[in-house]
Design a protein around this ligand. Structure first.
Ligand code: CP
Ligand code: NVA
Length: 299
């Protein structure tokens, strides 16, 4: 697989190899520069802090040149097709990372491009984020075996990638949220037919009990209408009462940006069990490893 579109496109051994590289890079054991002489374009149709900066810094640390491309400043913003864009960029660049509104834009770009295309978040998934989250779990627990992860709130793009990770790595994933915001049926049915241990529930307290990782995300993702989301999601706020039910060594994760006192209280995200800053840092290491494995021939 040349592109990094969804976790389920890969077998667990390949993802594990990428995570090992990420840990080696973070620890300074792997200082190779597999992107030397290469240029990686970064297309953004939506705002970003972490993805933009961690990719730009990561490309530079691997010896490559990052090229920031805001979709609204490209002919893409005036109606040039993503397919034509991909064909042209393939003649200049060695890889493309894209954050786009519609997942179809990503798959059309990948189909038209001759170079690796990396998913920097779509409406359907956020696989780079979950690689960083898995790396954070490995750091805290020494591995992924026998862990229980509970997701609270919206069954969104980040939740979708958590489902894929849980199936591939075999950990239990509880999704606690309103039925109306559950992840899509196709993904849930793939998870079920693949033997995943995915539990859907509206009982936040039961879902938190004995979990090792409590994780949430904004209730209103980029591109979502607010509607009644805040009211609907309120019972799934991660707070001290839920953290107290979790395993004693549990950690709190959030991809960020966070809205304090909405999906998570300040006491939790700024508290002793929060691992969100390690998680954010690991975007850098995980993505360097992803790029090394996909763009270089030597990994
Ligand atoms: N978590 C994440 O993708 O953050 P940004 O939107 O800042 O890139
Ligand atoms: N679910 C959020 C993640 C932001 C990194 C969004 O799509 O806006």
């Amino acid at each position: 697989m040349r592109d990094f579109i969804n976790l389920r496109d890969f077998d667990p051994a390949r993802l594990q190899a990428i995570l090992t590289t990420a840990q080696d890079m973070k620890a300074g054991r792997d200082t190779r520069k597999p992107l030397a002489g290469k240029t990686v374009g970064m297309i953004f149709e939506k705002p970003s802090t972490r993805t933009r900066v961690s990719f730009e810094v990561g490309i530079t640390q691997l010896g490559g040149t990052p090229l920031m491309l805001s979709a609204s400043d490209m002919q893409l913003g005036r109606g040039e097709t993503i397919s034509d864009t991909g064909k042209v960029l393939s003649r200049y660049l060695d890889a493309i990372m894209i954050r786009c509104l519609s997942h179809n834009t990503l798959t059309e770009l990948a189909a038209a491009s001759d170079i690796p295309v990396i998913n920097g978040l779509t409406d359907l998934s956020h696989p780079c984020q979950i690689m960083a989250d898995l790396q954070t779990m490995c750091e805290h627990f020494g591995g992924l075996d026998d862990l229980i992860v509970t997701w609270f709130g919206d069954g969104n793009n980040v939740a979708n990638s958590w489902i894929e990770a849980a199936v591939l790595f075999g950990f239990e994933l509880r999704l606690a949220g309103p039925v109306a915001y559950q992840p899509g049926a196709e993904l849930l049915s793939w998870a079920q037919s693949s033997g995943g241990n995915i539990i859907l529930t509206e009982d936040a307290e039961a879902a938190a009990t004995d979990a090792h990782v409590l994780v949430t995300d904004v209730w209103i993702s980029m591109g979502d209408e607010e509607g009644t989301r805040v009211q609907d999601m309120k019972p799934f706020q991660v707070n001290d009462a839920l953290m107290a039910l979790a395993a004693p060594n549990a950690i709190f994760l959030h991809c960020l940006p966070a809205w304090r006192e909405m999906e998570v209280t300040a006491s939790v995200i700024d508290g002793p069990q929060s691992a969100v800053w390690d998680e954010a840092e690991n975007r850098l290491h995980a993505q360097k490893a992803i790029m090394a494995h996909l763009i270089s021939d030597n990994f």
